[in-house]
Design a protein around this ligand. Structure first.
Ligand code: HEC
Ligand code: HEC
Length: 223
């Protein structure tokens, strides 16, 4: 009984929200869509008009348009503002210039797993060359430092390779030096592990966590 009442009252809420939602006129957005995905028109419009040949990317794009419309409708309902006052999500929010958007950590980790860390570092360099300065991928020191840190204990060689790559671009990245140190100490290369932390402390003398870790490593060393 309660459920029916709820369903009915939600329905009577939902319909006006849908009706008021301005919706995006997708046809007028064609150049913006191509730009958002970093593709040309024929990526989706791959067949001659009326040829009946399937256009699989266009079908996906149609579903993405419906998904984006739905997100926008839910956004309006979630923040409770007028549709015209609510930020509209566009393809570019997720796609940021590529057809298959993925965080750089996922890309590097997937390639490391499937093809090895050398292929992954090559790929990172290529992506950096192509996309640096755009907002497609985060090329700050954080993503690779984080990944190297996650891999330090069970894949220390991969962690060292990724941390070394990161240090080429961000030589003063304290988080990367700490990840590198963790991986080295995992391999019992304590002198090198200590050297990395000493470098990290030289860049951030006030960082108590790194200092503590350095003292701890030196303590092991003396035993
Ligand atoms: C990411 C896929 C994608 C890209 C890239 C794309 N389109 Fe489209 N386009 C579509 C979809 C999907 C529709 C159908 C929308 C609908 O039916 O609601 C469409 C519809 C159209 C239509 C209306 C006629 C028709 O075929 O349905 C024109 C004209 C059009 N697009 C032109 C362009 C041009 C010009 C470009 C390049 C600037 C472009 N499109 C890029 C997916 C795309
Ligand atoms: C909420 C995030 C999000 C929004 C908004 C979004 N997409 Fe996507 N889209 C994705 C993700 C993630 C993938 C990749 C999925 C996968 O294959 O791993 C994708 C894949 C696609 C693909 C398939 C690409 C390929 O080559 O396989 C097309 C085409 C596409 N989107 C078009 C669009 C268009 C056009 C819009 C705007 C109308 C849009 N998307 C909005 C997240 C989004």
């Amino acid at each position: 009984m309660l459920r029916t009442v709820l369903a009915v009252s939600m329905l009577s809420f939902t319909i006006p929200a849908f009706a008021e939602s301005p919706g995006i006129e997708w046809i007028s957005q064609m150049p913006a869509i191509a730009n958002a995905l970093g593709v040309k028109c024929n990526y989706c419009h791959s067949a001659k008009r009326g040829s009946g040949i399937p256009e699989p990317k266009k079908e996906i794009a149609k579903a993405m348009m419906a998904m984006t419309d739905e997100i926008n409708t839910r956004l309006v309902a979630a923040v409770g503002k007028e549709a015209a006052q609510t930020t509209s999500i566009r393809c570019a929010y997720c796609h940021r210039g590529v057809a298959i958007p993925k965080p750089i950590t996922d890309i590097v980790w997937q390639t490391t797993r499937e093809k090895g860390v050398v292929a992954a570092t090559d790929q990172y360099r290529e992506l950096r060359k192509e996309f640096y300065g755009r907002n497609t991928y985060d090329f700050s020191d954080e993503p690779l430092a984080m990944l190297a840190n996650q891999l330090a204990s069970y894949k220390p060689d991969d962690a060292i390779a990724l941390a070394s790559l990161n240090l080429e671009f961000h030589p003063k990245s304290v988080n990367t030096l700490v990840s590198m140190s963790n991986a080295l100490s995992r391999k019992h290369e304590d002198d090198d592990a200590i050297a990395m932390l000493e470098k990290a402390v030289s860049f951030e003398p006030e960082n108590g966590v790194v200092r503590g870790r350095l003292e701890q490593l030196k303590g092991y060393r003396r035993k």
